[in-house]
Each structure stands twice: as structure tokens, then as C-alpha cells.
Design a protein around this ligand. Structure first.
Ligand code: GUN
Length: 282
């Protein structure tokens, strides 16, 4: 059996169309365009590409974007001051600080400085906590994007055995919480986990967020499983690949996401939705 390849691009595009329509309806009711502030620090080429995609999605949906391109040498204090200004500005709905940050800046401090009601990345302790106690508000874009993708395919996650590989604050941990909220039985694997192969091979749904090409061997995938690949690596030959040995895995899975064109576009579309939700929170 060959898997259905999940077309994240087209699911995301439909979501963007719906957001555009809602923003246009709200405009007729007198609401201003939702506004997203994007803060990019330094010259990281991957960050520039990601931020470019987010700004393009703003343009597509009618969200106003304001970008601050800050020098690599910006101080933590200067960045905190900018965030405070954005927190107080009632014409700004969402604040996104693109990571990674330069090593002299504490990511933890920066995230904690963002008003949770403007935290469109869903990274603040407040928003992660709300998800943990089953009352989510602004939800982390990649994990929530995965859930929205599965919902759009009418996949019922209740009771499934899920395995998440990767325990990062931005992806692995909120992904664990999202799958738990969807009533899966969730196992999370990390660098100290014993026998990852055994755990992966029992999973009904595998979500990998490691960033190591071919980390998940195709033969580990149970027949009929759902495979979600969040990993993204650019190889020396410029090819973009995920964590999963795709060609082998796709012959065993029921559903599988490609890289690129799978989860990535859902992250961006969910960020747009969060910006609209954030506007409605005030
Ligand atoms: N860096 C890579 N992905 C992301 C993301 O989704 N949000 C932010 N703020 N930084 C990132």
C-alpha cells in the first residue's frame, strides 16, 4: 500500500482563503486590519526565508505586517524596550520574534516579555500553560498546524498511540500537549530515550521534529500509520529534506507529509489565524 501524501500547501492555502474572507468581512463591519509585528535579528539566511514567507502570507490575507530588521549587535535591553512598546501599542495585535536569537540574548527573557494576548507564536509560559490545562488560547503554530491538517483530512485522533520525537519548547513539547488534548496516548522521545525504534514501530501516529535527515527509518513505520515530518534540513546539494526516510516510509504509512510542502505551510497559515484570533482577544 502506498500512502496518501498530505498536501500541506493546498490545505494551508484554503485556510489562508478563509482568513482573508473573515478579515474582509470584519473590515466591512469597521474593524481595522489585524497587525503583526515581526522582529528579525541579524542575517541568518533561513530566518530571512521564514520571515519572508510570513510577510507574504500577511499580504495574501490582508494582515498588516510591520518588520523590524535589527542588527546582530542589538542588546537584550533594546529588544525588551521594543517589545514593551509593541505590547502597549493598541494598533498591534501580534508580536513575533524570529528565533534563533544571537547568543548574548536570552530567548526565555524575550518570550516572557511578550504580552500573552499578542503571543501569536504561542510560546509564552502562559499560553503553553493554558494548553497544558486543556483551555488553549493562542497555540504554538507548528503543533496546532499539524492538528488542523489532520482535522481537515477528517482523521479522528481519539485513542491513537502517538509518538513524538523531539522535546523542544517550540515544537516537541506543545506537540505532545496538542496530541494529548486530542485524546491520544502520547509518548515523547528524546536523546536519552531507550530503544526509539521499538516505540516508533508501535505508533499509530509518528511526529518527528529532530532535524536529522533519515533519523526515522522507513522500516520502523507500522503499516497504516500516519507520519508527520516536522524536521527540515538543507543538504550540501541544497535539497531540503525531513527526518523520515520518505521513500520507504511512504510504502507502509496510510498518510505521510512531504518535506517541503507538508507541515511548513501549515505553520505559516496558523500564524495568520493566530494574528486574527489575537485581534479578537482585546
Ligand atoms: N524559528 C523557526 N521557526 C519559528 C517560529 O515558528 N517562530 C519563531 N518566532 N521563530 C522561529
Amino acid at each position: 500500500m502506498s500512502a496518501k501524501i498530505i498536501d500541506g500547501k493546498s490545505i494551508a492555502s484554503e485556510l489562508l482563503d478563509n482568513i482573508k474572507e473573515e478579515i474582509s468581512t470584519r473590515a466591512k463591519e469597521g474593524h481595522r486590519a489585524p497587525t503583526l509585528v515581526v522582529i528579525l535579528i541579524g542575517e541568518n539566511p533561513a530566518s530571512k526565508i521564514y520571515v519572508g514567507r510570513k510577510i507574504m502570507a500577511c499580504e495574501k490575507t490582508g494582515i498588516k505586517s510591520v518588520t523590524h530588521n535589527l542588527n546582530e549587535n542589538v542588546t537584550e535591553k533594546e529588544l525588551l524596550t521594543l517589545i514593551t512598546i509593541c505590547n502597549k501599542d493598541i494598533t498591534i495585535d501580534g508580536i513575533l520574534v524570529q528565533s534563533p536569537l544571537p547568543s548574548h540574548i536570552s530567548e526565555e527573557k524575550i518570550i516572557e516579555a511578550i504580552d500573552p494576548k499578542k503571543d501569536v507564536d504561542g510560546f509564552t509560559p502562559h499560553n503553553i500553560g493554558l494548553l497544558a490545562i486543556k483551555t488553549p488560547s493562542l497555540r504554538s503554530c507548528t503543533p496546532y498546524g499539524v492538528i488542523k491538517m489532520l482535522n481537515s483530512l477528517k482523521i479522528n485522533l481519539e485513542g491513537m498511540d502517538a509518538v513524538v520525537i523531539g522535546q523542544s519548547n517550540h515544537v516537541g513539547r506543545p506537540m505532545f500537549l496538542e496530541l494529548l488534548l486530542a485524546k491520544c496516548t502520547v509518548t515523547i522521545c528524546h536523546s536519552r530515550t531507550k530503544n526509539i525504534q521499538e516505540k516508533v514501530s508501535q505508533a499509530d501516529i509518528i511526529v518527528s521534529a529532530v532535524g536529522v535527515p533519515n533519523f526515522i527509518k522507513g522500516l520502523w513505520v507500522k503499516h497504516g500509520a500516519i507520519v508527520i515530518d516536522i524536521g527540515i534540513t538543507r543538504l550540501d546539494n541544497n535539497k531540503i529534506v525531513g527526518d523520515v526516510e520518505f521513500d520507504v516510509a511512504k510504502e507502509r504509512a496510510a498518510f505521510i507529509t512531504p518535506v517541503p510542502g507538508g507541515v511548513g505551510p501549515m505553520t505559516v497559515a496558523t500564524l495568520m489565524e493566530n494574528t486574527l484570533i489575537a485581534q479578537k482577544l482585546f
